[in-house]
Design a protein around this ligand. Structure first.
Ligand code: OAD
Length: 267
C-alpha cells in the first residue's frame, strides 16, 4: 500500500468539489510532534498502551483506586504535550480549514479529533470538535466545576479543589460517555458530509471507529491517510499510506493550486 501523486491529485479534486468535508484525526497526527501514539503496529513500537495498562490509568475505577497514580500520569502527559510543537500536518489541516471556510462557509469543514493535546488549536484550527475531551481543562469530582490546568497546583498529588474534591482531567475515560455537544456536532456534520477523511487513527475505538461507515451510508466519499493499515483500510474509497506530516502539506498545496485555476465549487 503506497500513495502516488495521482492519488493526491484525485483527493485534491474531491476536496475542491465537496460541500461538507469531515476530518477525523487521531494520535498519529501528533506522532511527528513527538507524542507517543496509543497503539503502533510497527516493531519499534513505543505506544502508550503497549507500556501501560489503560485499565490502570484511563478509567473512573482506576482514578478511584489510585488517584495519585492517575493524576501523576496525566500530569506527565500534559508536560509532554507542553514540550512539543504542532507539526506540518497540523498546520496543513488548519490551512485547509481556513481555505475552505473562506471560500464557502464555516460548515464546509468540520474537524473531529480524538486527541486531547490541543495541537490542532495551537496550529490555528478554529473549529475543533474534541470528542475525547482535553487535557488542558480539569474538573472537580465533587462540584463538577472546571478549571484550566494552568490554574492548578501540582506540588502534591492527587490535586484537590478549594472545595475539597479531587481534580481530574476533562478526558473521556474508557466506559464513560462522550461529551453531548461534541457528539451532536459530529452527528450533524456526518449527516451532511460528502467527503470523510480519517487521519492517523487506528480506527479501533468506538464510536469514532464507526464514523466512516456512517459517512458511507450518507453517500460520502471516504478516505484514509495513515502510516499503517487499519481495520477500515479496505473499506474506504481511497487509502493513502504515509505520514500525515508529509502527506497533508502536499495535499494542501495541490488543493490550492487546483483551485487557483478554478473557482472552488465548480466541478
Ligand atoms: P492509536 O494510537 O490507536 O492509533 C494511531 C494510528 O496512527 C495508528 O494507526 C498508527 O499506525 C498511525 N500513525 C502513527 N504515526 C503516524 C503518522 N506520522 N502519520 C499517520 N499515521 C500515523 O490512536 P487513536 O486512534 O487516536 O482515547 O486512539 C483512539 C483513542 O484510543 C485515543 O483517543 C485514546 C486511546 O485510548 C482516550 O484517551 C479516551
Amino acid at each position: 500500500m503506497a500513495h502516488s501523486p495521482s492519488d493526491l491529485d484525485q483527493l485534491a479534486e474531491w476536496i475542491v468539489g465537496s460541500s461538507n468535508v469531515v476530518i477525523l484525526t487521531g494520535a498519529g497526527v501528533s506522532a511527528e510532534s513527538g507524542l507517543a501514539t496509543f497503539r503502533d503496529p510497527s516493531e519499534h513500537a513505543d505506544a502508550l498502551w503497549s507500556k501501560y495498562d489503560p485499565m490502570e490509568l484511563a478509567t473512573a475505577g482506576a482514578f478511584e483506586r489510585d488517584p495519585e497514580l492517575v493524576t501523576r500520569w496525566y500530569h506527565w502527559r500534559f508536560t509532554r504535550v507542553s514540550e512539543v510543537e504542532p507539526n506540518p500536518g497540523h498546520f496543513a489541516l488548519a490551512g485547509l480549514e481556513r481555505w475552505l471556510t473562506e471560500q464557502r462557509s464555516p460548515e464546509a469543514f468540520t474537524m473531529v479529533t480524538q486527541n486531547i493535546d490541543g495541537l490542532h488549536q495551537r496550529a490555528g484550527s478554529k473549529r475543533v470538535v474534541e470528542l475525547h475531551g482535553t487535557i488542558h481543562t480539569w474538573r472537580c469530582t465533587k462540584t463538577g466545576q472546571e478549571a484550566p490546568l494552568s490554574e492548578l497546583s501540582f506540588e502534591s498529588f492527587p490535586v484537590t479543589s478549594t472545595r475539597g474534591g479531587l481534580m481530574r482531567p476533562c478526558i473521556v475515560w474508557f466506559g464513560e460517555a462522550l461529551p453531548d455537544q461534541a457528539l451532536a456536532l459530529t452527528g450533524t456534520a456526518l449527516e451532511r458530509c460528502d467527503l470523510f477523511v480519517s487521519i492517523g487513527t487506528s480506527a479501533t475505538v468506538q464510536p469514532a471507529a464507526s464514523f466512516v461507515q456512517i459517512a458511507k451510508q450518507q453517500g460520502a466519499k471516504t478516505v484514509e491517510i495513515n502510516r499503517d493499515a487499519t481495520p477500515i483500510t479496505d473499506d474506504v474509497d481511497m487509502a493513502l499510506a504515509g505520514a500525515s506530516g508529509e502527506v497533508l502539506p502536499d495535499l494542501l498545496s495541490r488543493v490550492q493550486s487546483l483551485a487557483g485555476d478554478r473557482k472552488i465549487g465548480d466541478t
